[in-house]
Design a protein around this ligand. Structure first.
Ligand SMILES: N[C@@H](CCC(=O)N[C@@H](CS)C(=O)NCC(=O)O)C(=O)O
Length: 240
């Protein structure tokens, strides 16, 4: 029996990267569901694992940690996963680290914002987002995706070269978030579309689909009135 527990809600992008990585590498773990729409992140027990009250989180024996990218690095190092995931070559690894550093305030930020405006507006307020709110979010994400094509992908199939790495994984789960609520951000981006296809194949289509099922169904999740009010306040903060 593994001592490793992963605290996850697969509707969350960073949780999906950790889940896909563990599954793709046959890392044995206990899956502990932390349903954000039920407010599980606020329980006393979860607070002991991650006082920041965010998922994903990891417990390995008595050791606990949060932050998806650090968790991926921990798992890659601990389980000595195939080198391509987190390359030992200094400069390849530096390119992976470079993307992981950049994405927090770029891919993550803009995909997250578009997901909230396009997907959470109907879920929380019962109507579609207006173009005035949608369009700026869409163009910010488009600029980020352009930068991914020109700076991080260039003419390579994956960010670190010929094989998939944790940088590709962290990117794809973020980009899929608005896609799965109807924003077709791959349209007119052949290079990005080809990369998506390659990442999906490298991960395995079944695992990719399984990991994304939860976010496709998120609108049917019940949500408490208190949490709904908190989420509405968060959504209002995205007003520009
Ligand atoms: N930088 C963190 C982000 C973690 C994060 O923001 N998780 C969100 C879900 S995507 C969360 O747990 N939100 C709960 C809340 O804000 O109440 C990571 O990469 O793990």
């Amino acid at each position: 029996m593994s001592d490793l527990t992963l605290y996850l809600d697969l509707a969350s992008q960073p949780c999906r990267s950790v889940y896909i990585f563990a599954k793709a590498n046959n890392i044995p773990f206990k899956y502990e569901e932390v349903l954000l729409s039920r407010g599980d992140q606020m329980t006393e027990d979860f607070g002991k694992v991650n006082p920041l009250r965010k998922v994903p989180a990891l417990k390995d024996g008595d050791f606990t940690m949060a932050e998806s990218t650090a968790i991926l690095q921990y798992l890659a190092n601990k389980y000595k996963t195939p080198d391509h995931w987190y390359p030992s070559d200094l400069q390849k690894r530096a390119h992976v680290d470079e993307y992981l550093a950049w994405q927090h305030t770029n891919t993550r930020l803009h995909s997250y914002r578009l997901f909230w405006i396009k997907g959470m507006t109907p879920y929380l307020l019962g109507h579609e987002a207006t173009p005035e709110r949608l369009n700026p979010a869409l163009s910010e994400l488009n600029a980020t995706l352009k930068a991914i094509e020109t700076k991080f992908l260039q003419d390579k199939p994956f960010f670190a070269g010929d094989e998939v790495s944790i940088a590709d994984l962290v990117a794809i789960v973020e980009i899929m978030q608005p896609v799965l609520v109807g924003a077709d951000v791959f349209e007119d981006k052949p290079k990005l579309s080809a990369w998506k296809q390659s990442v999906e194949e490298a991960i395995g289509a079944d695992l990719f689909k399984e990991a994304h099922e939860s976010i496709m169904r998120f609108k049917s999740r019940p949500i408490s009135p208190e949490l709904k009010e908190q989420f509405k306040a968060r959504l209002a903060n995205f007003t520009r």
